[in-house]
Design a protein around this ligand. Sequence first.
Ligand SMILES: [Zn+2]
Ligand SMILES: [Zn+2]
Length: 103
Amino acid sequence: MSDRKEAKEILIEGLPTACAECGALICLRQQVLNLALGEDETLLCLPCLAQDNESSSEELLVRLAQYIQGRDCFLKEWSRYCDRSYCPNPDGCLPAVCFGSGT
Ligand SMILES: [Zn+2]
Ligand SMILES: [Zn+2]
């Protein structure tokens, strides 16, 4: 028995959980990425965010992850995914990048 929460239950309450652009499900870390960009109403998935920012998903994730590490309020949420097994969408999320630096 484990009392570990299902990853899909670990989300920021009150924020959308689907991409406003393509309808893909957004995980906790993707919610935080949107917050880091100052967006808390129409959230986008990582690939759509990247397109929006004229960047690759990987570049955007690396850049925002660094920014988030320096902000306690974002980091608190970000860290609720302890390791890559929490990510519900390994294809859309680049877990190797997201969790690559041990965060
Ligand atoms: Zn999308
Ligand atoms: Zn994820």
